[in-house]
Design a protein around this ligand. Structure first.
Ligand SMILES: [Ca+2]
Ligand SMILES: [Ca+2]
Length: 226
């Protein structure tokens, strides 16, 4: 086999390997100075993009008891602090009242069944006054991922979501730094689609590519033997 052919095949094979290597795709947007979900226009659009790829996920709106497949450590479920309004956070569930209040610190979400998709609405944000808030998790290959929350001031709101397609994530930690804030309408589960694939073809597509590369190798070998 010529060196050119070998390089071409090596290139195809490495491309196939890159295609199966997962990395988080984030869905982040923020709105400044908000006190209702209706005002969280950018955040709502990001949530819609996230859900359009992720498909059907578990939902937690805090209006009833937590589902058995989720444990939340940190924060308190309540109706918020009267009079604090935008800068302390608020409910985002239509017709609802309850959400999770966090007075700084961190919150950890632990899943009975590992997830690869996670998202929530956060509000009461004052990122002009506090250090950067982050989302951290360990993906299925033991790599720790950090997602910086979008900037939002004067009691801002945000949607923060990610899909790390095919990974097995057992827990996600939200670092609220020292901001008093709220989060609501949490989504978690396994994504229906791979956001990095323009045709949303799942992992078997990468295997087909690998198969095509091997078929090409066989074809070149036959040609060289003539
Ligand atoms: Ca709610
Ligand atoms: Ca706040």
């Amino acid at each position: 086999m010529s060196m050119t052919n070998k390089l071409a095949i090596a290139s195809i094979l490495s491309g196939a390997c890159l295609a199966v290597q997962a990395a988080p795709v984030t869905y982040l947007a923020a709105d400044n100075n908000v006190s209702t979900l209706a005002q969280m226009v950018n955040s709502t659009a990001a949530a819609a993009s996230f859900l359009s790829v992720a498909g059907s996920l578990n939902t937690v709106d805090f209006e009833s008891a937590l589902p058995a497949n989720l444990t939340i450590t940190g924060g308190t479920t309540n109706t918020g602090t009267p009079g604090c309004g935008a800068v302390c956070g608020f409910n985002t569930t239509a017709g609802g009242a309850l959400f999770r209040t966090v007075s700084g610190g961190s919150v950890t979400f632990s899943f009975v069944n590992p997830v690869d998709a996670f998202g929530f609405f956060v509000n009461g944000l004052q990122t002009d006054l506090v250090p950067q808030q982050t989302i951290n998790y360990v993906d299925g290959s033991s790599v720790t991922q950090t997602i910086n929350m979008p900037s939002a001031i004067n009691g801002g709101g945000a949607f923060v979501g990610f899909i790390d397609y095919g990974q097995l994530i057992a827990s996600v930690t939200f670092n609220a730094t020292n901001d008093i804030l709220g989060f609501d309408d949490l989504r978690f589960g396994r994504s229906a689609n791979n956001p990095e694939d323009p045709n949303n073809v799942p992992e078997p597509g990468s295997l087909a590519l690998l198969g095509a590369a091997l078929a090409g190798l066989a074809s070149i070998r036959r040609r060289n033997q003539r």
